[in-house]
Write a protein of this length. Structure first.
Lengths: 327, 317
């Protein structure tokens, strides 16, 4: 873990979506720390709460339907109590986000240039002309060829890879301290995925941003992350450095996840599957949420959710058998 | 872009030809003989034949159409059978009266619809939404002429606030934008705006709530844009569809205000058409129908052109 000032500090973060008929508990007590300039990857399958956690960090979940609790500080701002007007000054300036699908995440009737300049004008208070120059520099920074022409292009006129580059240019336009990336490569072709990943890694190093990267792709995680957090049913179940977790996952769910994915560690081995399905987030069971699918689960697992244990230095696992699994 | 506009304008020519043919034919397909309406029932047959010859009504239909079209192109819409004077000056003054009424009603409907629909869309699913949507449905469903009469009873008869008939003091047809004339415009344009207002409300409501749930709105919030900045994005995304709806509604108002114009005795094309139908005044009927149909064609063209200009996703080739 890199030392440095704390950029993100979340304690016991809960997010649930409330409607008239039901309450979906998407995030159930997440603790999260990120130092400046650090890259954290949140791994987990669909519905594990990783995207919701990410959006919660900038309070971007749909207003009116979302209930949040816990403590959350981002770059010194108390995100839980920040009034809306000040929140909008933080969003895009201190913390910004890249989305999974750049086709739908960009406004189809605004040019790329306008979408970048409006962010700059909003936060930097510069003139349109200056903003246009900055936008041009940004497009060059994210290596969009013939950038000048692309400023006047609409999203549908660009390829998927270029759209995502434009999205990245928009997100980093105000030099945020924290970049949140919500599966930014999932919607792209395999070859383009690598390019976008390399670009993000370069930008992270050049600009020194802290990055939280949500993915279900282990290869992506290994490529870019310093640390990995594995999420299941809205909780973190394992935390550790990328090398440790990839080489020897300790939580049974993390083990299942690694075993089910093609990456360097599974070479020559048969891929396994995790039996069963993710839990229903409308009614969480009292014990470990993974217990019904876990081959090691015992009676104690079904009583209460285990706390984090620290079987090895720098690693945290939320499993009562972590110690013996680490051995 | 220029090529696109030119091509669209050229397309208008065959459309207009077809429209004028239909206008011409409709009158001849419809039962009833104009001569019968003109002359006394006991007029001798040779007089009828002479009149028929005078108006060219004895020649074969294709010839009649050709002659009529040739004159129309030169701006000669013929002579009214009833009034015995050229149709064109009457038609111009009626068209401008209708134009004033339709534009006012359309603009009112557009504004009311945007406000109602915008509010309903933002508050979709709440009681606010249901109130605005309910009034929109009521607006579309209420019969024009009935609403017009009710308004006359309330505002003219009972409250004596606004005039019930005509387009100016003393039955004058010269329009002017002063209070003396605008008073006459209020009731008919309010009556006329109800249907477009309802339609625009429903369109805007659907668009706004759809756009607000799009991913890019989340992106905009994530960029830290202020509410006004986000509203601007919503407006630009909704504009092409809303303008298309209001453009076609305007075309409808130009031709479809027959009932309202009749109720309020508004001296526009609708009333002219109504009178011409009852009097079997064929030249007037043909001219009015043609002008209204051409309004429709031209407004359609304008809607297409405006949409192409403001929506970058429509191909400009």
């Amino acid at each position: 873990m890199k030392s440095g000032n704390s950029l993100v500090r979340a304690r016991d973060l809960h997010v649930s979506f409330v409607s008239r008929d039901e309450t979906v508990k998407a995030v159930n007590g997440v603790d999260l720390d990120l130092a400046e300039g650090e890259v954290l990857c949140i791994l987990g399958e669909s519905g594990s709460g990783k995207s919701v956690t990410l959006r919660a960090l900038m309070r971007l979940n749909p207003k009116g339907k979302t209930v949040m609790s816990g403590a959350l500080t981002v770059a010194g701002h108390d995100m839980m109590t920040l009034p809306d007007a000040r929140l909008s000054a933080v969003r895009g300036k201190v913390v910004s986000m890249i989305f999974q699908e750049p086709m739908t995440a960009l406004d189809p009737v605004f040019t790329i240039g306008r979408q970048i300049t409006e962010t700059l004008i909003r936060h930097e208070g510069i003139s349109r002309k200056e903003a246009e120059q900055r936008a041009l520099d940004l497009l060059e920074l994210v290596q969009i060829p013939s950038a000048k022409r692309r400023l006047g292009a609409y999203p549908h006129e660009l390829s998927g890879g270029l759209r995502q580059r434009a999205m990245i240019a928009m997100a980093i336009s105000c030099r945020p301290k924290l970049l949140l990336a919500d599966e930014p490569t999932t919607a792209l072709d395999a070859t383009v995925q690598i390019q976008i990943l390399l670009l993000l890694r370069r930008l992270q190093q050049e600009l020194g941003m802290g990055v939280i990267f949500v993915t279900h792709d282990l290869g992506v995680a290994g490529e870019i992350a310093d640390r990995i957090a594995v999420m299941y049913a809205g909780r973190m179940v394992e935390l550790g450095s990328v090398g440790d977790v990839m080489a020897k996952p300790l939580h049974p769910y993390a083990q299942g996840l690694m075993g089910a994915t093609v990456h360097a560690g599974t070479r020559g081995r048969r891929l396994t599957t995790i039996p069963g399905a993710p839990p229903d987030l409308r009614e969480l069971i009292p014990g470990c949420a993974f217990a019904p699918r876990c081959q090691y689960a015992g009676e104690a697992c079904r009583q209460r959710m285990p706390d984090f244990t620290y079987p090895v230095a720098g690693r945290a696992v939320r499993c009562i058998r972590a110690q013996e699994l680490a051995a | 872009m220029l090529y696109y506009i030119l091509r669209r304008i050229i397309y208008i020519i065959p459309i207009s030809l077809a429209v004028s043919l239909v206008c011409f034919m409709l009158v001849h397909i419809a039962p009833g003989d104009p001569i019968d309406a003109m002359v006394q029932p006991d007029t001798p047959q040779e007089v009828i034949d002479r009149v028929r010859q005078e108006y060219g009504l004895d020649r074969p239909l294709p010839v009649q159409f050709g002659v009529w079209l040739l004159k129309v192109v030169q701006g000669d819409f013929g002579t009214s059978l009833i009034k015995g004077r050229p149709v064109l000056p009457d038609l111009i003054s009626a068209s401008s009266a209708t134009f004033i009424l339709a534009c006012t009603g359309g603009l009112l409907g557009f504004l009311i619809g945007c406000v109602f629909g915008g509010i309903a869309g933002v508050y979709r699913g709440t009681w606010i939404d249901r109130v605005f949507l309910g009034s929109a449905v009521a607006g579309v469903s209420v019969p024009h002429y009935w609403l017009g009469m009710v308004m006359v009873i309330i505002f003219s008869v009972n409250l004596n606030l606004l005039p019930a008939m005509g387009a100016g003091p003393g039955g004058s047809t010269e329009w002017a934008w002063d209070w003396e004339h605008i008073r006459y415009l209020i009731l008919p344009s309010l009556t006329l705006c109800v249907i477009p207002a309802g339609l625009v409300t429903r369109t805007v409501r659907g668009l706004v709530s759809d756009i607000m749930s799009q991913d890019y709105i989340t992106t905009l919030r994530g960029k830290g844009l202020r509410r006004s900045g986000i509203v601007w994005h919503v407006v630009q995304n909704a504009a092409p569809t809303v303008l298309a709806v209001i453009g076609l509604q305007l075309a409808n108002l130009m031709g479809g205000s027959i009932l309202v114009e009749t109720v309020f005795a508004w001296p526009g094309t609708g009333m002219m058409l109504n009178t011409a139908i009852f009097q079997r005044d064929i030249p007037v009927l043909q001219a009015t129908t043609l002008v209204l149909a051409l309004f429709f064609v031209v407004l359609n063209l304008l809607v297409d052109l405006v949409q192409t200009t403001i929506d970058p996703r429509i191909s400009r080739r």
